[in-house]
Design a protein around this ligand. Sequence first.
Ligand SMILES: *Cc1c(COP(=O)(O)O)cnc(C)c1O
Length: 377
Amino acid sequence: MTPIKMVDLKGQYEKIKKEIDENILQVIESTIFINGPKVKEFQTHLENYLGVKHVIPCANGTDALQVSLMALGLKAGDEVITSPFTFIATAEVVGLLGITCKFADVERDTFNLDVTQLEKAITPKTKAIIPVHLFGQSCNMEIIMQIAKKYGLFVIEDACQSIGADFIYKNGEKKKTGTIGDIGCTSFFPSKNLGCYGDGGAIFTNDDELARKLRGICNHGMFEQYHHKLLGVNSRLDAIQAAVLDVKLKYLDEYNATRRKAADFYNKMFENNPNIEIPAISSFSTHVFHQYTLKLKNANREKVIEKMKEAEIPVMVYYPVPLHLQEAFGYLGYNTGDFPITEKLSECVISLPMHTELTEEQQMFIGRNLIGGLGLS
Ligand SMILES: *Cc1c(COP(=O)(O)O)cnc(C)c1O
């Protein structure tokens, strides 16, 4: 059996090496490394795939979120509501811009924002909600959009982990995550479902005026050459990364289907185990399993992790410290007990290897060791 990795980018590359190498070589031969036709081609292909009017490529997912807040004109004194159970980038950019980050607790089952908790966090200063489609499935966007409309709030979707996942409306209509709110953000970090070979990100919107503003802010606040209307940033997707992404986009649905299949295989091993709760999938979303995350019940997570380490199986805890309890957010004044569901989740979750190259043999080995680690095999 080949060594097990949390993410196997090498195995995936081997299968598409010829196409990737050729496309990268074309960029080098052209010497157009910034913007240019490759970036534009990828942008158009991604717009078509997502069914969204504008894709604005940028340097990474964190920038995508920051530029979105800037384009909406949010500033110090405003408040933004997001989940405390996410990667720090979501809330970090809010804080960096001097905007006050307010958290609302998540649902135990799906790890996503609990829409019944949202309204409690809204104040007259609230300007936006950032739903995070964590681990690859959508938040309840139909309700979130209704709440946003009722209070006149912007919605910025953090779709960094959910590219390709569909939100399913009550009437059966489907839309890709990231294309429902005013703005959607994604990351092409190598380990994401659509990852490049370095850093990359993109912003999505259906609004022409917002798209123009987002593009300008990504380019030093420049809307006309060397005329700077506002202070922006330098955030670009380079052409070599676009060349990689344009090839991988063709395989995205296949990659996501492979992840779902691997998740099903894990589910079958764990579904009857009294100490394991398998990932719940909501009725209003498809799941692209950026992470396969279990909840352990009446088990010692440290011991389980130790046992997996001994068997050379990588596992991760996403996320061990909720954002409201991070030192960096101490100034917000939150305390232990403020978001009990998030706090409980951070103590019991464990993510297993999940990628497009997992074999059933590897998964069986992982499953046996996990169950063994629980002292129940
Ligand atoms: C990865 C990630 C980001 C940041 O993306 P980068 O490209 O690493 O800057 C933001 N939010 C979430 C939920 C992520 O998973």
